[in-house]
Design a binder for this molecule. Structure first.
Ligand code: GLC
Length: 743
């Protein structure tokens, strides 16, 4: 490519490299020497900076950057959303697209889908793709993963986060962060903390007891810091116990930095800072999301004046700068051996497809309708606006300008388009569909529904259903406001646009109907589920979503996804709604359900969900035969050895789930909690034993009086199986003594 066509930013990077080389050649400053210890490099560079240079590093100079300091070879620091792909460039001073042509990236399925794979190795591969693409796009910090616990299925950003369980969420977070940071990019775990709804997200004051905070809402953040070494934490918009989380002394200073020893930097959510004094003193290290004049905001001129007036010791600024520099050095910003980036490679595409495939949850398959037989099916009626709607480019800050996005219809055509007659009927009126179809590109099938009204669309779809061997209905939600979108929560659990009625009519017209749901969390399905023989939960599949769906539908891949969140039969069965504890009153939200989030509530109240946490079927069958608890030599941890067999007709993969049940706890505890899981591939007829560690921490609860995790003496039951409601194997464990455990 003609170098003059390279965007300005690459020229800046090139000039900077020259600047750094010049500094290195003239005076090999310790901070530029990768052989020097990290703290030596940080201290050396900090000591060379003026007050204004230090301040430049703790606040924005555009929507997603902080200023370069060329004198010292500090590059302009670019950061970017989002948790499931590198966002298109916006700004510099607005949210409007920058109009670049080199800011495409691979749209990965969002984190609810990654969680539904229950595949930790895949989580690392996922993070590696994101880190590599962020490198190629010259970003130093990638603003992901989001790990907010799904406290209500109505949460507008449920699709962005790994579901309702702290252990599953923490495993997704750790593997993802390890992948991103392996590519010389800092990951940013968010939103710290208790940002579990979009309703009044900028002001709601969340109140909860200490055990709920420690046992449900903090574990993923704690694991991100202590296990994955995450370099950046993003404060959340909401308040917690009366103080905004981007300037919250308890969360940032006491818990994150002092108790957990977090060495990296705390960045605000965009525009989440409200007060210079609190931001300066309560642990914020970088203010982002402001606008011109950037010096007007809280960690800029006001901070400078406070230092010059002696109100704030310079040490407070130095600590913030030290943390910012530590992140730069730890992500090799100055180092020649920083990994090179790549974008939209075949490996990235294959990873995107594997995540989308392994995320799909087979919820129902009566009569073995699935997998569809390519050799026998002569006609397929594809019905539903979500079969052709593009999803990746909307939803809020996690949106992606994807190089491509294979729709469900295209994925089905790739499988059987040459051999069968595939028709498409929109089926229902999705008002935004026209804006979410691929602009300009040819649609894969004639769009005979253009301009038709709702009833016409339905009637036409029902007629198409009658004519076909099989129907694939693709519906669910989308990223419109009040569905799966940042900035708003859903109003109810229902399918919009009259889909319930349409599904009933379609399956009445053709009993061989498969319903495929695209959504970030549960939808109500009771009014048609009994009549529909097969249901797949496909979440949002990203660039390769359509191919993944096609391969699952026609049996090229055996589904292995499991629900990372409970699917309730009705909203009021869900804890926050049963207790009227959402969305809060008079600006305060009390988490009245406490520890009983998700399946913990359904267990405690003996409520039958539509589909339970951890549930997912396969085209084969798995038989669990043995659970042995083996003490592990070091310490007095233990391990669960689970033996299972693929007793069905085809190869597949199964996630073994292990829960711990305290039998006589001295404090209120959930009936059981997920404490280990492992995914294993099994050929038809094959038997394997999966061994999963159960450290003492797996038995522990948080004791606020001791401000520590305690594994209490007593009897426990270990349960193992394929779902939170299907645990055929049990084994007793006794802890001989109570002890405080590291967490
Ligand atoms: C948004 C989101 C956050 C995102 C940031 C930058 O409001 O809450 O997740 O990273 O602002 O877009």
């Amino acid at each position: 490519m003609n170098p003059w066509l390279l965007p300005l930013r690459r020229w800046c990077a090139a000039l900077l490299a020259v600047g750094v080389a010049a500094v290195r050649a003239v005076e090999p400053a310790p901070y530029l020497d990768p052989a020097q210890p990290l703290e030596t490099r940080v201290g050396d560079l900090l000591g060379r900076m003026t007050l204004d240079e230090k301040l430049a590093l703790v606040h924005a100079d555009s929507k997603f950057t902080t200023a370069a300091i060329p004198r010292l070879g500090i590059p302009r620091r670019w950061m970017s959303d989002g948790p499931n792909g590198v966002r298109e460039d916006v700004g510099p001073d607005t949210w409007l697209p920058a109009g670049h042509t080199d800011d495409f990236s691979t749209a990965m399925p969002p984190l609810i889908a990654l969680a539904a794979t229950w595949n930790v190795d895949l989580g690392r591969a996922y993070g590696t793709v994101l880190g590599s693409e962020a490198r190629e796009r010259n970003k130093q910090i990638l603003l992901g993963p989001g790990v907010n616990i799904q406290r209500t299925p109505l949460g507008g950003r449920s699709f962005e986060f790994p579901g309702e369980d702290p252990w599953l969420t923490s495993r997704v977070a750790v593997s993802y962060i390890q992948g991103v940071q392996s590519q010389g990019v800092a990951a940013c775990v968010k939103h710290f903390a208790a940002n579990n709804q979009e309703e009044q997200r900028g002001s709601i004051d969340v109140q909860m007891d200490e055990r709920t905070l420690r046992e449900i809402y903090l574990p993923a953040f704690e694991a991100a810091v202590k296990e994955a070494g995450v370099l950046v934490v993003m404060g959340s918009y909401n308040q917690f116990r009366g103080q905004h989380c981007c300037e919250n002394d308890y969360l940032l200073n006491q818990v994150l930095k002092k108790e957990w020893g977090f060495p990296g930097l705390v960045v605000s959510d965009w525009g989440g800072v409200h007060n210079t004094d609190e931001a300066v003193r309560n642990g914020l290290d970088l203010e982002m999301g402001t606008e011109p004049p950037y010096d007007n905001f809280y960690l800029a001129r006001r901070f400078r004046n406070g230092i010059l007036q002696g109100k704030y010791p310079l040490a407070l600024l130095d600590d913030k700068v030290r943390r910012n520099l530590r992140v730069m050095f730890a992500s090799k910003v100055f180092d020649p051996d920083r990994p090179a980036g790549a974008i939209n490679t075949p490996t990235h595409q294959a990873t995107a497809r594997q995540v989308a495939e392994e995320a799909i949850v087979l919820l129902k398959n009566d009569g073995g309708l699935l997998p569809l037989d390519k050799g026998r099916i002569r006609s397929v009626a594809v019905i539903g606006a979500n079969a052709t709607r593009l999803q990746a480019h909307s939803g809020g800050s996690s949106a992606i300008k994807s190089f491509y996005e294979i729709t469900p219809l295209e994925g089905i055509l790739h499988q059987v388009g040459a051999a069968a007659n595939v028709t498409f009927s929109q089926g229902y009126l999705d008002p935004d569909l026209s804006s979410d179809r691929r602009p300009g590109a040819a649609q894969p099938l004639p769009d005979a529904d253009a301009g038709r009204r709702g009833e016409e669309l339905a009637a036409r779809a029902v007629e198409a259903a009658k004519q076909a061997d099989v129907v694939v209905y693709v519906g669910g939600l989308n990223h419109d406001r009040f569905f799966d979108a940042e900035g708003s929560d859903r109003k109810d659990l229902k399918l919009p646009y009259g889909q319930d009625e349409l599904i009933r009519r379609v399956v009445a017209a053709n009993p061989r109907t498969v319903v495929v749901l695209l959504s970030g969390s549960a939808v109500e399905m009771g009014s048609w589920l009994g009549q529909v023989p097969a249901v797949l939960q496909a979440w949002y599949g990203g660039a390769e979503g359509g191919n993944a769906l096609g391969r699952i539908l026609f049996g090229v891949v055996n589904p292995s996804g499991k629900l990372p969140c409970t699917f309730p039969k009705r909203l009021e069965d869900s804890p926050a709604h049963a207790l009227g504890a959402y969305p809060g009153e008079h600006g305060t939200e009390r988490y009245a359900e406490g520890l009983l989030v998700g399946y913990r509530w359904f267990d405690a109240k003996h409520i039958e969900p539509q589909f339970p946490f951890g549930f997912g079927l396969s085209y084969t069958r798995f038989t669990y035969s043995r659970l042995a608890i083996t003490p592990v030599a070091e310490g007095n941890a233990s391990a669960a050895a689970v033996t299972l067999t693929n007793s069905g007709p085809r190869d597949g993969a199964e996630t073994v789930e292990v829960y711990v049940r305290p039998l006589h706890p001295s404090v209120p505890r959930p009936e059981k909690e997920l404490k280990a899981f492992g995914k294993v591939a099994l050929r038809a007829g094959e038997t394997k034993t999966v061994t999963l560690p159960l450290p003492r921490a797996a038995f522990a609860f948080y004791d606020p009086q001791r401000a520590a995790w305690v594994a209490e003496q007593g009897d426990y039951e270990i349960l193992a199986g394929g779902s939170s409601r299907d645990l055929p194997l049990t084994a007793p464990v006794r802890l001989a003594a109570t002890s405080v455990v590291a967490h």
